[in-house]
Design a protein around this ligand. Structure first.
Ligand SMILES: [Zn+2]
Length: 452
């Protein structure tokens, strides 16, 4: 039976999102306190007691809680209030107008992720309005600074106010979008994300005159070998539980790719061969899969040299390395040094810029099962697949604490998928009012059934 859409929330959720978009929380600088205050006010009108916790002036995080009896686990509804910059010249509407036009709410944050904030706030209000008898606590936290790493937001809350945000389960961004495939909707749930190892390598040499190159030891040439070696490295492919399940669903739902993906699932060593083949049909998809299957290393910055005729004694490069769940940043760095063992390791210096460990949550929890079940109530013919993000979200702070975290921002596909991808951190970001109602309805049903 099809579960009912909460059509009556349409105006309220639209206004909530529109208002949130109008509060410019571009990070940097963030200024999330204004948005936090707005949420505290709207929730306050319905009797919620909210706390605004500032990690720095203007960097507000807002938290509130509905108490349960304690018979069931606790659940945190997480979102971030900050957004990335938007250049009004590139947009067809003012990115901070929150304009409602053609059935869509337009503006920076409409997808990433003020819409989810609005939905989570709406869910809290509905639980209270409907006087739902909760057996587990539900906590709402809308935080600062996710787009710059969360050190003033989720990371700061976990370090300083753990008891206020700790929960057994977390629902956050990173999945939930339906992708149409062979006439069916495939919804994703983010269950894993890669870890980050940003590091700098300094190659040393001996300076000299550019007119007698062989008398010097050119640091640029040394770095050239480092870049070549790391940039072209293809780490072994590993099937993490999430990606294994994800590819199995893709194989089932995508007739064209079925055979190829089944070979890959049987034998990940043949991954590159299979993905090279898939790339001829759908390059974007194949490369996305490739990044989900291995550690990657990309050189992203390089500098060295000061003058046309001086052979430099130093050259520096920065690398963006992403590792899979099950791997860790220490071992990754050791592995990288091993790859460079014949590039005069003693003339290379390494510096870690940032290291975040990868994270993965189990697929066999009651909450995961309930999310799948609820989606099928709304869309009986849909399929659901777990997904690993090659990027990162604030979920990592909570997975580290042992919470099961799921990226679940339920949305039907009413725009082409590649267009949605382009809108996130891109131009003309918008969400349909239909999807605001759909997302709220799915989330409300999930939370209500999970906690009663
Ligand atoms: Zn986001």
């Amino acid at each position: 039976m099809k579960a009912g859409l909460l059509k009556e929330t349409e105006d309220e959720i639209t206004t909530l999102l529109s208002d949130l978009i109008r509060i410019n929380t571009t990070n940097p600088p963030g200024n999330e306190t204004q948005a936090a205050k707005y949420l505290a006010e709207t929730l306050g009108k319905e009797g919620f007691k909210c706390e605004i916790l500032e990690s720095a002036p203007g960097r507000g995080n807002v938290i509130t809680r509905l108490k349960g009896t304690g018979e069931k686990p606790s659940l945190l509804l997480l979102s971030h209030l900050d957004v990335v910059a938007a250049n009004p010249k590139e947009w067809s509407v003012d990115p901070f107008s929150g304009l409602v036009k053609d059935g869509f709410v337009w503006g920076r944050g409409a997808i990433d992720m003020k819409s989810m904030t609005a939905m989570e706030v709406m869910v809290m209000k509905l639980l209270k309005r409907n006087n739902v008898k909760l057996k587990g606590d539900v906590i709402l936290a809308a935080t600062a600074d996710e787009e710059k790493g969360g050190e003033y937001g989720a990371g700061w809350l976990v370090r300083n106010y753990l008891e206020k945000v700790r929960a057994d389960y977390v629902i956050n961004e990173g999945g939930g979008q339906a992708v149409p495939m062979d006439g069916k909707n495939v919804f994703t749930i983010q269950t894993a994300e890669k870890g980050i190892l940003w590091f700098k390598v300094k190659a040393k040499g001996r300076p000299g005159h550019g007119s007698v190159p062989s008398a010097a030891d050119n640091a640029i040439l040394r770095m050239n070998r480092v870049v070549e070696r790391l940039g072209n490295y293809r780490a072994p492919m590993v099937l993490t539980p999430t990606v294994k399940q994800f590819l199995a669903v893709m194989a089932e739902e995508n007739a064209e790719a079925k055979q190829a993906l089944n070979i890959l699932l049987q034998n990940p060593n043949r991954g590159d061969e299979i993905l090279d083949m898939l790339a001829q049909k759908d390059k974007a998809m194949a490369e996305q899969f490739r990044a989900m299957l291995r550690m990657t290393i990309a050189p992203t910055i390089i500098y060295g040299g000061v003058k046309e005729n001086i052979i430099p004694s130093e050259c520096e490069a920065v690398f963006d390395c992403r590792i899979l769940p099950g791997q860790n940043t220490d071992e990754a760095l050791d592995h990288i040094k091993m790859l460079l063992r014949d590039v005069d390791l003693e003339k290379l210096e390494f510096e870690i810029i940032q290291a975040n460990e990868p994270s993965e949550s189990p697929l066999d929890t009651p909450l995961y099962g309930l999310m799948v079940e609820t989606l099928k109530e709304f869309e009986p013919n849909c399929t659901v697949a777990p997904i690993l993000l090659t990027g990162g979200t604030d979920s990592r702070f909570f997975r580290k604490l042992g919470a099961a975290c799921y990226g679940f921002q339920p949305a039907l596909s009413d725009l082409p998928y590649d267009e949605i991808l382009k809108m996130v951190h891109g131009i003309d970001e918008r969400i349909s009012i239909k999807n605001l109602v759909f997302g709220t309805s799915v989330l409300y049903n999930v939370v209500k059934h999970f906690l009663t």
